[in-house]
Design a protein around this ligand. Sequence first.
Ligand code: 11C
Length: 341
Amino acid sequence: MGYRVVVVGATGNVGREMLTILAEREFPIDEIAAVASSRSQGLTVDFGETGKTIKCQSIEHFDFTGWDIALFAAGSGPTAEYAPKAAAAGCVVIDNSSLYRMDPDVPLIVPEVNPDAIDGYTKKNIIANPNCSTAQMVVALKPLHDAAIIKRVVVATYQSVSGAGKAGMDELFEQSRNIFVGDPAEAKKFTKQIAFNVIPHIDVFLDDGSTKEEWKMVAETKKILDPKIKLTATCVRVPVFVGHSEAINIEFEKEISAKEAQDILREAPGIMLVDKREDGGYITPIECVGDFATFISRVREDPTVDSGISLWCVSDNLRKGAALNAVQIAELLGRRHLKKG
Ligand code: 11C
């Protein structure tokens, strides 16, 4: 016996990936519904590689009564309108938007890091999925924090254009093509040309000069992992289609060597350590696409502090950063709370 599952925002980058991952991981499903805006009503989406296609239904007319789990990848606007309706109808919402992440009555979950926090979901029947750049980073930080207590993190991100949705991917493709044929590279989604460039700006600016993407990394890490951790981030958009990379510098309370950090990371859940200290002996974003793992490379000691480690962290932002983490939350929910059969 399986679950009745709804994917909301099923035609977007993350919604499609959610359907793929539900199928790939053979999530126990009795019935699946694909829901999107009324514009997409009637379009069909693939249910992974099962050969099955699903016709999209309009969110405006969808009745969540009797459905067990709704994976929302719809953005904050539609989520604000429809997630409370789904939750009130008894369907547990797992939301990929930023809307509920900092709500004290909504658990913000990365299953490898804070699985026990899921028990609080009953307050609103909603569980939040973190921002992609936070998710992969906390998977890397958690086992090191357990071993040596993290004091401070300095992170610079190299975030792919798929984080900005299909429009971001189209813009990188079109600008690259236009530049090759001598046409103007017009910026629409991004604030400057992204092809053959990098842009130190993701999401809106805040009063202190940081961006909301940078703030999310700080606030979400504190909620998921430990409020005592100090963190500063610089988030940068790079001309990569899929896969976010992060250069992470960590300062610890206790001593930890690079060898110890490597050994811990090698055994940690969700992590694949690829750290050969030779030409090509590290992972780049192209190699992480379509994978479940968060890849760690370039682990080394930072001699400028008493106990510090620097490392390189790469993951598929549409997977661990979004759809995979949401499906893992659904699996955790099933194991702990919505037992079937
Ligand atoms: C990006 N991290 O790469 C963003 C996308 O809060 O869920 C996800 C935004 C969010 O642009």
